[in-house]
Design a protein around this ligand. Structure first.
Ligand SMILES: Nc1nc2c(ncn2[C@@H]2O[C@H](COP(=O)(O)OP(=O)(O)OP(=O)(O)O)[C@@H](O)[C@H]2O)c(=O)[nH]1
Length: 350
């Protein structure tokens, strides 16, 4: 068997990592918003009437953003909390615009920050909804500003800005979708064996650890089984590599069909496979493999099996794998096409 994988472990929950990254970006956008409105107030001066409410709203919004960043709201993939952030952002911007120059002032484009935030975190549909809400806020602000929408200048302003919001929102959300798809593809390429579609060695090593931890905590047994084909080289040499591939695929499908949904099945490489059966002791694993051997009796498929079980044959997955491998070699040494348990080296089927 090969040495341990030198690469870092796979990232199985890429969505969670992504949300953590988005959350950092969200706080940066919120603080950017606070900085922009503060800069506006410093440069343009606080408007007459309503200045008190405006300052309170700005400080309140800054406090909200600060508190959310400190409390780490998003640890558990709570997207709806991200949605609340974007709605609070839209509310604050609307209030700020209402208290200053309305949608005709330079700050009307601040809505773009809310659109980008939504597109990054909530997807296309939610972003379209937010653009619709922003359109309603525009109309409200125009109404409250005492002017009518039906002037060419206002119509041009509203429609141009909304089209820009739509395009930016759609493109950003589509980009995020594409990143998610490519993350999933990368994960499947890094964790799957291309010939059989089973997990590869790296994925097995990663996924076996939590199963071991669960068994250790609940003091339940589990078994590790190493399966190695007999005579694949001869098949390759006599019938060609494609025939060898078909035999490997056949065994992989049989292993999969014998496994429960909670079992792990992986191809370690070449003609070697591994299974991890939670809640299964050595005897249960041996019986399963004997049934598998019996089921291939007429097919000509030949393979040797080694079984080791937690806790009696090792305290960690790596030891159990090593011991199951040794038991498998004991099966080979005794003529192949049989099951051996680690230590006992009993040959149960031949
Ligand atoms: N067709 C095919 N052959 C492979 C693949 N991976 C490895 N092999 C071949 O499988 C053969 C394995 O050889 P061995 O380790 O001697 O195994 P074996 O012929 O089954 O002999 P024993 O294991 O001793 O029973 C080698 O010839 C490899 O080139 C694969 O993906 N497809």
């Amino acid at each position: 068997m090969k040495d341990q994988d030198p690469l870092p472990p796979l990232v199985w929950d890429s969505q969670r990592i992504q949300i953590q990254g988005f959350t950092t970006g969200l706080h940066q956008i919120e603080w950017l918003l606070v900085m922009l409105v503060t800069l506006y107030l410093v440069v343009m001066g606080i408007p007459e009437g309503g200045s008190w409410e405006l300052l309170m709203a700005t400080i309140g919004y800054f406090g909200f953003s600060l508190m959310a960043s400190q409390l780490r709201f998003f640890g558990d993939r709570q997207r709806w909390l991200l949605a609340i952030h974007t709605w609070v952002m839209i509310g604050f911007i609307t209030w700020f615009l209402y208290s200053t120059e309305g949608v005709t002032g330079p700050l009307a484009s601040l809505y773009l920050l809310a659109v980008v935030t939504s597109a990054l975190t909530l997807g296309v549909l939610a972003t379209l909804l937010e653009v619709a809400a922003i359109a309603a806020c525009y109309l409200l602000l125009i109404q409250l500003g005492g002017t009518t929408l039906m002037t060419p200048a206002n119509l041009a302003l509203v429609s141009t800005n909304l089209v820009v919001f739509l395009i930016v929102g759609y493109l950003t959300a589509a980009l995020v979708d594409a990143i998610q798809v490519s993350n999933r593809m990368l994960l499947s390429m890094a964790s799957e064996d291309p010939l059989t579609g089973l997990f590869n060695r790296r994925a097995f090593t990663d996924l076996a650890q939590p199963l071991h931890a669960m068994a250790e905590r609940s003091q339940q047994p589990y078994s590790v089984i190493v399966i190695d084909m007999d005579g694949l080289k001869a098949i390759n040499d006599s019938q060609g590599h494609e025939a060898g591939d078909r035999v490997i695929l056949d065994l992989a499908q049989r292993l999969k069909s014998f496994a429960r949904s909670s079992d792990l099945v992986a191809r370690l490489g070449g003609d070697e496979f591994v299974m991890l059966l939670p809640d299964t002791d050595a005897d249960g694993a041996r019986q399963l493999m004997q049934r598998l051997l019996a089921s291939v009796a007429s097919s000509g498929l030949q393979f040797s099996v080694g079984v080791s079980s937690y806790p009696e044959h090792g305290q960690g997955v790596e030891y159990l794998l090593l011991h199951a491998d040794r038991a498998m070699y004991a099966s080979k040494a005794s003529g192949g096409h049989r099951v051996s348990l680690y230590n006992t080296v009993q040959h149960e089927y031949g």
